[in-house]
Write a protein that binds this ligand. Structure first.
Ligand code: SF4
Length: 159
């Protein structure tokens, strides 16, 4: 990491692979090692984030991509991404609730394994893994400990 930055989270194989944390720094980068840590190699396109990056904000950015790219053929991906994006926007604008976290988990669980192609699974994955490892970062926005990252404007007319 650059001076003054500490590792916070990383993906072994792109945004569609479960995130890992600084605790997993010694993971062997082979199929068995990454699987033992709870993720997969995926595309092996590693992404590295420091403690100055926000896992909630990053997951939202990924979800905007998945939402945009969803072809709409199957309901879990089409509707799930639509609602997850809206929920993230609300949380990041400082209007989230603890119940939103259950909604995100439930929505992601209903997308994963129920979509025709890998895009649905890919969208659900960072949601589930950030809720697992970084729940307090979500609660930071919900409880007002973290300044909102999105404006009220982002909630109006969003689609
Ligand atoms: S999972 Fe694939 S096929 Fe289904 S709506 Fe999403 S992009 Fe389309």
């Amino acid at each position: 990491m650059q001076p003054g930055h500490n590792l916070k989270f990383w993906t072994p194989g792109g945004s569609s692979t479960p995130l890992l944390t600084a605790e997993h720094i010694d993971t062997a980068m082979d199929f068995e090692g990454v699987a033992a840590a709870g993720s997969i190699l995926g595309t092996t396109a590693m992404q590295i984030f420091s403690d100055q990056d926000c896992p909630v904000y990053n997951t939202w950015r990924w979800l905007e991509f998945y939402h945009h790219e969803s072809c709409g053929k199957c309901t879990p991906c089409r509707e799930g991404n639509y609602w997850m994006v809206r929920t993230y926007r609300r949380i990041l604008a400082g209007h989230g609730t603890v119940a939103d976290l259950d909604t995100l988990q439930d929505t992601a669980d209903n997308i994963f394994g129920r979509s025709f192609c890998g895009l649905g699974d890919g969208a659900a994955t960072p949601v589930v893994s950030t809720l697992k490892w970084f729940r307090d970062d979500y609660l930071g926005y919900i409880e007002g400990r973290t300044a909102p990252r999105l404006s009220e404007k982002s909630l109006v007319g969003a689609h």
